[in-house]
Every structure is written in structure tokens, then in C-alpha cells.
Design a protein around this ligand. Structure first.
Ligand SMILES: Nc1ncnc2c1ncn2[C@@H]1O[C@H](COP(=O)(O)OP(=O)(O)O)[C@@H](O)[C@H]1O
Ligand SMILES: O=C(O)[C@@H](O)C(=O)COP(=O)(O)O
Length: 423
């Protein structure tokens, strides 16, 4: 089937988040891991390509994104969505702005919108300022993110150094007046030469207005929630057609492993809750791994009964993360953990794990790549933005869930297992 909407996500948890929200519409969504090496065939009306480009060097992120765009165009897509984090995770160099500008250039468009709001998960934007729950972004735990610490809450200010063209705001007072008012504001900004428009949204109703006003833009950018209304809009105007096939849950074996490399405040709570729940656990320490490799954890894992769903985690509080980063450098501490958890995923799969729960975006990228996964089918959501997915890994049917650092309830690791048992 010809693809109508082509999406590119800058990390793997973000891609499953987006695919899960788009799939709520019932329209078939395919999720590809990386740009497929084969030309498009048997594509879905909505295609999502997951990249691991959030913290990559800008040139690398641009090259990967452009290759993804080209593949999606060959699949027939005429509308595109660039998905980044609902907490706008990026550095002063990028990659959100440079990638958006490259996509705009390639698509020949002179304006796009930026809306990372995700009200169901407590992300809202008011007067250009991003809030996480009741806290401004820069006062939230995101200020201590290991790779992309967010030290400003204002999206206009965050975006400006990342782009070459002017940045403006369509504020909540406009959005609250509906799609017509928003279109007028966008036109006004376009006449002033504003290419990049941050759009306020505090509730799903605002996102519906933004999606409706921007549905014909060749390029929209944002978090997953602003894309969520698009399939229904495209079905209603005939852009998308066809029955919504019922999603089937494949049979998967019961062996389970939980791998956590996220250091977000929520993942710290989830790990603590799972430990209290009595699960077997192993804590990774990047400094120890740097000294003696990851033989110990692999030996521990080999001795585990996978029906007890053991947890291996590097999740730590900000002061412990800072100590490791001072000793090893942030990038190599991160890479050591990512490589170790990826090796654990492969070892667990080879020992019979067929349900793999991963916490953390970068971590998910490393694990998914190591498992050799190229395509994911989207299943039921465990929590808003975190679906179970199903894939083939080394000839085995595997259920995989990739949890964004900040998503899910405190009991997420148990919730995920219960959700699959219920299906
Ligand atoms: N104890 C630790 N010390 C230093 N870095 C760590 C530690 N634990 C995890 N990391 C690294 O922090 C990064 C967390 O990013 P990510 O997996 O994207 O989680 P999140 O989704 O919370 O952003 C990864 O690169 C991970 O390897
Ligand atoms: O938009 C979001 O918040 C998520 O989809 C996402 O991208 C989260 O990234 P990580 O916290 O790095 O998993």
C-alpha cells in the first residue's frame, strides 16, 4: 500500500512512542529500525523510521535523516513528520533544528512547526516555555540528563542557535481560538520571514487544533502527541483509505529480561519499585566495567532463571552518574553501559528470553541494533507512549518494549509483563 505519512524519529523509544500513538487510530503503522537497505515494497500507509541520531554528530544526523526522507518519498509519502523528544532533548549545536532545516530544504518548504507537548505524560508548552508536570523544563530532572542536560525551558531560545532562519511563536491565546486563527497566525509569521514556529499546547484539544491547522504542511515536527490526530484527519478527508486491520498479538515464549540504562527520575523509581518487588537484580557500574569488562554480569545472567524476569540496570542517581562521567567522560561512560546492556540482551535472547523490556532511548537503540532487529510490529500500549512491539531476532519471535526514560508508572516493569500475559 502506498505510504501517505512518512515519519522519522531521532531515537528508538521515541519511534515506538510515535508509532504507538499513531496506531491508536487503527491505521496500520510500520516501524523500521534504521533506513531499510532494500527499496520500499509492501509498505504501510504510515511508516516510521527509527534513527539513533539524537546525540550523533550533526553531519551524521543530517545524512541519516536525508536517507530516511528519500526512502519514505520512494514509498510514496507526501507528508512528513520529524519526531524528537517531548523534553526537546538536544544540545546547542542540534540536532533538532539542523535536521528540521535540512528536511525543509529537501522538501522545498519555507515554514514548519515545533510542538513537543505531550499532555498525557505531563509535557505542556505555554508562551513558548516547556513544562514537565508543574516544573519548567530547566528545573525538572531533565537538567541532569547524562547526555542532553536541558538548562533552558524556553523553546524559542533553545531552537534559535540551532537554526539559520528566524524562530517565532504561535501562543496558546491563538491556539485556543481554533485552527483558523492558528492558520492566520502562521501566515502572518510567514510574511515576517519566520520559518520555525513553536506552537503552544497544554491539552489534547490544543494538539487537535494544531494538527488540523497544519495537516497539509509537507513537514510537521514535534513529539508524538501532535501527530496522533493526523491519521483520523487523513481518513476523514480521504487522504488515507482502507480498513483498519485488527492487531494480533503473536505467541511469544515466557523467558523475560529487563535492561535499564536510563537514569531519569522516573526510571530510578521504577528500578527501586522492581527491586522492592523481589526480582533478581544486578547493578552495573561503568567504572568497574572500564576496569574489568562485562564478564561478571554475563556470568550472573547465565545463572538466572529467566522465568523470574531478572533486571540488569545501570540506572543511578545524578551524583553517581556525575562521578562516573568525571572518571570516564560522559560519552564513554554511556557507551560502556550501552555496549554491556546490548551484550546482555543478546546473551539473554540466546538463553531463551523472548520478552525483553528496555528502559532508555539510547539504551534501546544499542539493544535493538545488537539484536539485529530491522522491523517492529506495534502492539498494545503498556503506558501512554510505550507499546509492546513484536519482532524477529535471530529467527526467534521476540516481544520488545522500549520505554522512554520518563514514561510509565512506578510499577512499569511489572505492568509490562502483566499486559503481555493478559493478551
Ligand atoms: N551509571 C551511569 N553512569 C553514567 N552513564 C550512565 C549510567 N547509566 C546509564 N548511563 C548512560 O546514560 C545514558 C542514558 O540515556 P538513555 O538510555 O537515552 O536514557 P533516557 O531515556 O532516560 O534518556 C545512556 O547513554 C547510558 O548508557
Ligand atoms: O517524546 C518523548 O518523550 C519520547 O518519545 C522520547 O523520545 C524519550 O526519549 P528518552 O527519554 O531518551 O527515551
Amino acid at each position: 500500500m502506498t505510504t501517505v505519512l512518512g515519519c522519522i524519529a531521532d531515537d528508538f523509544t521515541g519511534a515506538t512512542d510515535l508509532a504507538g500513538l499513531l496506531a491508536r487510530s487503527g491505521v496500520k503503522v510500520s516501524l523500521r529500525i534504521g533506513v531499510p537497505s532494500e527499496p520500499p515494497s509492501e509498505t504501510s500507509p504510515i511508516e516510521v523510521i527509527a534513527l539513533k541520531s539524537r546525540t550523533a554528530p550533526v553531519a551524521e544526523a543530517l545524512a541519516e535523516t536525508r536517507a530516511a526522507l528519500e526512502w519514505l518519498q520512494r514509498a510514496g509519502a507526501t507528508r512528513f513528520f520529524w519526531k524528537y523528544c517531548s523534553t526537546f532533548d538536544s544540545t546547542a549545536e542540534g540536532n533538532i533544528g539542523p535536521v528540521a532545516e535540512a528536511l525543509m530544504d529537501d522538501l522545498g518548504v519555507d515554514q514548519t512547526i515545533y510542538c513537543p507537548a505531550f499532555p498525557e505524560n505531563g509535557r505542556s508548552i505555554f508562551m513558548g516555555n516547556l513544562f514537565v508536570g508543574e516544573q519548567p523544563l530547566a528545573e525538572s530532572p531533565m537538567k541532569d540528563h547524562p547526555l542532553t542536560p536541558m538548562r533552558d525551558s524556553n523553546l524559542v531560545r533553545l531552537l534559535a542557535p540551532q537554526v539559520t532562519r528566524p524562530v517565532g511563536l504561535a501562543n496558546r491565546l491563538t491556539v485556543a481560538q481554533g485552527a483558523g486563527a492558528l492558520r492566520t497566525r502562521l501566515e502572518e509569521l510567514r510574511r515576517e520571514g519566520v520559518a520555525h514556529v513553536v506552537a503552544d499546547a497544554v491539552a489534547n484539544e490544543d494538539l487537535a487544533v494544531i494538527a488540523s491547522a497544519c495537516r497539509d504542511m509537507p513537514l510537521m515536527t514535534g513529539g508524538s502527541a501532535v501527530a496522533m490526530p493526523l491519521p483520523a484527519l487523513y481518513l476523514a478527508d480521504g487522504t488515507l483509505t482502507g480498513d483498519a486491520p485488527k492487531r494480533k498479538t503473536p505467541d511469544v515464549g515466557r523467558g523475560t529480561v529487563v535492561l535499564s540504562g536510563s537514569c531519569s527520575a522516573m526510571t530510578n523509581k521504577q528500578v527501586a519499585s522492581y527491586i522492592a518487588h523481589g526480582a533478581p537484580t544486578y547493578q552495573l557500574d561503568p567504572i568497574e566495567i572500564a576496569e574489568s569488562g562485562h564478564g561478571d554480569v554475563l556470568a550472573w545472567l547465565a545463572a538466572q532463571d529467566l522465568s523470574n524476569a531478572p533486571l540488569i540496570y545501570a540506572t543511578a542517581d545524578p551524583s553517581r552518574v556525575k562521578d562516573a562521567q568525571r572518571a570516564l567522560g560522559a560519552a564513554s561512560a554511556g557507551a560502556l553501559i550501552e555496549n554491556t546492556l546490548a551484550a546482555c540482551a543478546v546473551a539473554a535472547r540466546d538463553a531463551g528470553a523472548r520478552r525483553i523490556i528496555v528502559a532508555g532511548g539510547e539504551t534501546s537503540g544499542a539493544v535493538t541494533n545488537a539484536l539485529g532487529v530491522t522491523q517492529l510490529d506495534i502492539g498494545e500500549e503498556i503506558a501512554p507512549g510505550v507499546p509492546w512491539t513484536f519482532c524477529q531476532s535471530n529467527g526467534n519471535q521476540v516481544a520488545l518494549t522500549l520505554k522512554s526514560g520518563n514514561f510509565g508508572a512506578e510499577t512499569f516493569f511489572s505492568d509490562a509483563q502483566e499486559k503481555l500475559d493478559m493478551q
